[in-house]
Design a protein. Structure first.
Ligand code: PGA
Length: 254
């Protein structure tokens, strides 16, 4: 089933005290009003996974996710965090392939593929990010660029594995800039991704794929974006750091 998902990507913001406060504020609201058909996922920094997960325990439809995961299984990889470690904390989601990691940490499609395989092997759902730089959009090559990213990583998964991922389309030029993609451009890309998956894996996979949009989503533009036919929710950066904005965005999805 295409699940409705609003995922928060806190990135490298907030210390422990601030993280707990933000979670507390979100939970306080959800205890009053909580749409049971929307998955709320807080993707928080590694050191706070356990604490935030414990705070969210017992609250309906709120989950905690990581923002990364090692491509290696275990061993001498100083500083890495494995999918088995995430699993041992009962973490159910992890972002992979975010453009910040692709660009700043030189993550390749192959590495991202390995990370997804590690996560899926531990029953953790990868939130796979893709998206084009502005130069590709200017050349009108954006769809080919994004489908090629998907082809190089996602399409090397088995059909059964692809059923276990979420895809987030995040145009790089829109992330953290306050510039949101035009609604027709968002729909065009989401339609193209779903069609690509349908042609490769059949409609049983494409019609159940949750496709998120990310890039300067805020409480004012969220509803129009989430109402688009091929958009199933959002991956929210900056606006997820303020409890009221995040809740308003959660409430924008039907
Ligand atoms: P933004 O970030 O909402 O601040 O643009 C989105 C993301 O990077 O996932």
């Amino acid at each position: 089933m295409r699940n409705k998902i609003i995922a928060a990507n806190w990135k490298m913001n907030k210390d422990e005290y601030e993280s707990k406060n933000l979670t507390y504020e979100i939970l306080k609201y959800l205890n009053k009003t909580n749409n049971p058909s929307v998955y709320k996922i807080l993707c928080v920094p590694f050191p706070f996974l356990n604490k935030i997960h414990n705070m969210c325990a017992g609250v309906n439809m709120i989950f905690v996710g990581a923002q990364n995961c090692s491509a290696f299984e275990n061993g001498a990889y100083t500083g890495e965090v494995s999918s088995a470690m995430l699993k041992s904390l009962s973490i159910l989601y992890a972002i992979v392939g975010h453009s910040e990691r692709r660009i700043m940490f030189k993550e390749s499609d192959d590495l991202i593929l390995e990370k997804m395989k590690r996560l899926i092997s531990k029953q953790i759902i990868p939130i796979y990010c893709c998206g084009e730089p502005f130069s590709e959009r200017k050349k009108k090559n954006h769809i080919r660029y994004v489908l090629n990213q998907i082809e190089q990583s996602v399409c090397n998964l088995k059909k059964e594995e692809i059923k276990k991922i979420v895809i987030a389309y995040e145009p790089i030029w829109s992330i953290g800039t306050g510039i949101t993609a035009e609604l027709e451009d968002v729909q065009e890309m989401h339609f193209a991704i779903r069609k690509f998956i349908r042609l490769k894996y059949g409609s049983s996979v494409s019609k159940n794929l949750s496709l998120l949009y990310g890039g300067s989503v805020n409480p004012l533009n969220a509803k129009q974006i989430f109402d688009l036919p091929d958009v199933d929710g959002g991956l929210i950066g900056g606006a997820s750091l303020k409890s009221q904005d995040f809740i308003d965005i959660v409430n924008s999805i039907n």
